[in-house]
Design a binder for this molecule. Structure first.
Ligand SMILES: N[C@@H](CCC(=O)N[C@@H](CS)C(=O)NCC(=O)O)C(=O)O
Length: 210
């Protein structure tokens, strides 16, 4: 099976979840990271079925939507439950929560007016994120002391949450402090632990020199 994942050269969770899953599963794929100009062209030339990215090409056939791509790659990589429908739905829950949090952040991230942006970013950091990251934290607590979101081992849900938190916590969004996760000890522990997994370290060094 030929796989080509298309997304810009960023470790954002929408594509990184699937990239890392395939890498960890030892599944070969073309990691296509188009430039800004190429993305612009792809948005209008029909490359992206919904004008959005990431997309995954599977033997030339297009698959859009972050969550569906992550599930598919997770299954290939052995990082998505195959024989336990409830566990699979719990993994979906984490991925969909990552989507919801991303969407909740957008108004504050896209605001152009500097004054309104400051107000929205403050609200994001002090109210919106604490509430929604709190939900994520609770999922980890509910799963006991495994440090994973679902069951006793890593799934694509963990990868999605890890990269989402890396984006939030990474100091790249003005107005969101690098201490944003501190109020959520289970989530912080998860973030730190996943980041120390040898394969994850290898991947991040290879692609982002970090
Ligand atoms: N529903 C889509 C949304 C994907 C999405 O919004 N991707 C962003 C990039 S991270 C995008 O394509 N934005 C459109 C744009 O930049 O014009 C999914 O889940 O994959």
């Amino acid at each position: 099976m030929e796989l080509k994942l298309i997304y810009p050269d960023l470790p954002f969770w929408r594509a990184e979840t699937s990239r890392i899953a395939l890498f960890m599963g030892g599944i070969e794929f073309e990691d296509c990271r188009p430039s800004r100009e190429e993305i612009k062209r792809m948005k209008t030339d029909g490359t992206f079925p919904f004008g959005q990215f990431p997309i995954l090409l599977v033997d030339g056939e297009k698959l859009a939507q972050t969550a569906g791509i992550a599930r598919f790659c997770g299954k290939l990589a052995g990082l998505y439950p195959r024989n336990d429908d409830f566990a699979a739905a719990k993994v979906d829950e984490v991925i969909d929560l990552a989507t919801d949090i991303t969407l909740k952040m957008q108004p504050a991230l896209r605001e152009q007016n500097p004054e309104i942006r400051n107000i929205k970013r403050t609200e994001l950091s002090r109210e919106i994120l604490p509430r929604w990251l709190g939900f994520m934290d609770q999922l980890l607590i509910d799963n006991g002391n495994t440090v994973f979101f679902v069951g006793p081992s890593l799934t694509v849900g963990d990868l999605a949450a890890w990269r989402l938190c890396g984006w939030i916590q990474g100091g790249i969004i003005d107005g969101i402090p690098q201490t944003q996760l501190d109020a959520h000890p289970a989530l912080l522990q998860h973030y730190l632990k996943i980041g120390k997994m040898p394969k994850i370290i290898e991947w991040m060094k290879r692609h982002y020199n970090s």
